[in-house]
Design a protein around this ligand. Sequence first.
Ligand code: MSP
Length: 475
Amino acid sequence: MAEKKFYVTTPIFYPNANLHLGHAYVTTLSDVVARYHRLAGEKTYFLTGSDENAQTVIQGAQKAGEDIGPFRDRTVKGFIELFKKLNISYDQFIRTSDEAVHWPGVQLLWKKMTDAGDIYKKEYEGLYCVGHEAFITEKDLVEGKCPDHGTVPERLKEENYFFRLSKYTLPVKQKIESGELEILPQTRKNEILSLLQEGLQDVSFSRPKTKVPVGIPVPGDETQVMYVWCDALTNYITALGYGRDDALYKEFWPADVHIIGKDILRFHAAIWPAMLLSAGEPLPKKILVHSMILSGGRKMSKTLGNVIDPQELLTEYGADALRYYFARHISPFEDGDLTREQFKETYNADLANGLGNLVARIIKLAEDNLPEGTRPEPKGFDSKYTEALERFEVNRALEYVMVHVAALDLKITTTQPFKLIKTDIEIGKKVIFDLTQELYLIGRMLNPFMPATSEAIKKAVIDNKKPENLFPRKE
Ligand code: MSP
């Protein structure tokens, strides 16, 4: 049988400022998915990166009083450091400022859309919201401002290239309705279908170079650069060598899943499929739309003062504790909440008292009573665990693992192996051996969620040696 492939992507992030907890969340969620598919033996490719040719990035550089080039490099360096600390196992980090890697494929896609008759020039007047990196309409405004960003949009009057998005309303709708392009969860599918029902308008796909100095040149017209979303969405294929050396493209495209936040659904589930249809390229198979992380029930925002820096939690608790919280206590499909207090409480309950304590108890019993060289016999995973992960219900899968942790704790209490070993050594040993077997399986199941903890548990069982305190209690 041919080897199964799996291609998963995160959104690419604007290097206009440091990443916050919401960005750390989507990247961790994607990493759990990637690691699970690797664990399942699939040849997995995991892509992330930065979306650099955007006005919001130019503004970020201006605010910092830096030139755009060094500003982007410095910010992206911070992204990569954060991902390293979070133990993100990406195969490639694409930068859309990379002229060698990214630009040829974007220009090729543009040419194909032009050849299909889907790019045309038009005089246009509209309101551009830099926060959205998109035109918005008069009726979206509240007291003259974009309600999401609280900013007054720029009124632009320009001659731009347009993409004939309207032509693809029906074809995209059909692909989504038939499930050929699957949108998860159903609520998001409904949302995009109702948008398609209204019909899509053609979109401006370029800006004058004089206004946006960092974009990708439009082939055959030096005066125009591409609209940032046209350039950004294409990263999913340029990263695979589309337009240069397309061996990876042939191997991994179409993507198995694009993981995105609900705020960028329209770009991914309407514009991107339309671009691919226009160019005659296959569509991604799935788009997984996750919800937002709130803090204390409200959107994290600097003005509310409830922004939590992922670095802060990472320094205090370590990567696996943060990964655990994201995966276990935030449902991909409902808005989730994180405050410092909730985080500490869960850490102490689930990890210090729960998992960490269980590992220490079992390995101590094994160290004292089992002979050296007792090898665990790997068991298969339960279908409840694998099926939840296949459906991206990472919180359900991790809940299943934690139910095992609690059950194992209970087993120690009921079987009392520390007493048993004194009265019936053989039965005592057998009980302890069984406990190590179960613990080993827990270690293996934790691999996608908490890779370092997973390794530490497996090693402790194999070496018959207690690891350092995995999760010291926090007061
Ligand atoms: N550059 C675009 C994406 C281009 S993809 C071809 C972009 N960048 S972003 O940096 O603003 O956001 C990246 C992702 O972070 C988005 O999917 C967004 O939904 C997600 N999040 C931003 N805030 C978030 C939360 N508070 N919670 C969860 N995810 C959040 O959009």
